[in-house]
Design a protein around this ligand. Structure first.
Ligand code: TXA
Ligand code: MG
Length: 328
């Protein structure tokens, strides 16, 4: 495994060229995006894509996202690029939005988990864009972590999780978004959010007024529109307990005072009780959430008590990740 430090805004073309050589040879390159680090492979090469599933320990039925530069490439990978896809791509690409569309025939089924749809995203991160541009092909990239563990927001998280399972890691520093892209299925009568993420619901509504939120079914064997949407996901090794407000937080901290403990809070009232303080706004919180959960893991916390964030639409993606991380 090769670790290369790269400038996040002005990547050295020689480093990009070295990464592209690995991708062309069917290898795996982890790289920074504006959301989390991705584990990239040539997206239209079934064998290279197969290596992603192996490295992550992820079931092959869980579809991957193809990363492209923009809607020109996206149209070629989709069978039917409708008006809604067009409007959303125009508004939010490049950026943290993934569109699920019907899959063109020449896109291998392997990258789509065997299904007839395909997820497409145009990232804005200069390193990601330089890689896609120089490769001249879409890059398949899930988050660069082992299946069902916390997503990586720094190169050190990738190394900790995947180690030698990846051929090269481009270290472009911390991800500025910190939470994965919003996944929107645009095939149905109304756009459907399958995974809340970097673009929040109020912002999506400014472009698609009738956008709907898919409500995850907690029943583990229930049919899911998105095969990758397991209840348990984003989980640290320690057990997460969510606290409703400062008083509950204090009580839980007291109950678990004998265990190796981490306390995470964001509100002014709860801050004095916490070791880890997160920003009190959703974007700032998103940026630091996974980094904080990794830090709790690194400190071997067995119990992680987290103050529950406000119940406001702008915090939806955070609630989603916390709920999955807390589910056992
Ligand atoms: O921000 C991100 O999206 C990051 C960076 C690297 O781009 N990638 C990422 O990939 O989070 P991954 O594989 O960890 O998550 C992909 C999500 C999963 O929830 C999966 O179920 C959903 O997208 N997805 C992918 N293809 C799909 C499809 N064809 N239909 C429905 N959902 C799909
Ligand atoms: Mg993931």
């Amino acid at each position: 495994m090769k670790l290369v430090t790269i400038h996040p805004e002005h990547p050295d073309p020689a480093d990009i060229a070295a990464a592209v050589r690995i991708l062309r040879a069917g290898g795996l390159v982890a790289f920074p995006t504006e959301t989390v680090y991705g584990l990239g492979a040539r997206g239209l090469d079934p064998e290279a894509v197969g290596r992603i599933f192996r490295a992550k320990g992820r079931p092959r039925s869980h579809p991957l996202i193809l990363h492209v530069l923009g809607d020109d490439e996206a149209r070629e990978l989709a069978a039917g690029w409708n008006e809604r896809a067009d409007a959303l791509a125009r508004a939010f690409w490049p950026g943290p939005l993934t569109l699920v569309v019907d899959r063109a025939e020449h896109v291998p089924a392997e990258v789509a988990g065997g299904g007839t749809s395909i997820a497409l995203r145009a990232p804005i991160h200069p390193v990601a864009r330089a890689l896609i541009a120089q490769l001249g092909e879409p890059i398949a990239a899930p988050s660069a972590n082992r299946y069902q563990t916390i997503s990586p927001t720094a190169a050190s998280h990738v190394l900790k999780s995947l180690g030698d399972g990846v051929d090269m890691v481009l270290d472009g520093g911390a991800c500025t978004g910190g939470i994965e892209s919003t996944v929107v299925d645009v095939r149905g009568p109304r756009p459907l959010v399958l995974r809340p993420g970097g673009v929040d619901l109020p912002t999506l509504r400014t472009v698609v007024r009738d956008v709907e939120m898919h409500v995850p079914d907690v029943a583990k064997d229930a049919a899911r529109p998105s095969p990758g949407m397991d209840a348990r996901h984003y989980a640290p090794r320690g057990r997460i307990l969510l606290a409703d407000g400062p008083a509950h937080l204090a009580r839980l901290a007291h109950e678990h005072r004998e265990s190796p403990l981490a306390v995470v809070a964001h509100s002014e009232e709860a801050r004095p009780l916490a070791r880890h303080v997160l920003p009190d706004d959703p974007k700032g919180y998103e940026r630091e959430l996974f980094t904080t959960l990794h830090a709790c893991d690194d400190a071997n916390a067995q119990v992680i008590i987290i103050e529950s964030p406000p119940h406001d639409e702008r915090w939806l993606a955070i609630h989603d990740r916390l709920r999955r991380a807390a589910s056992t």
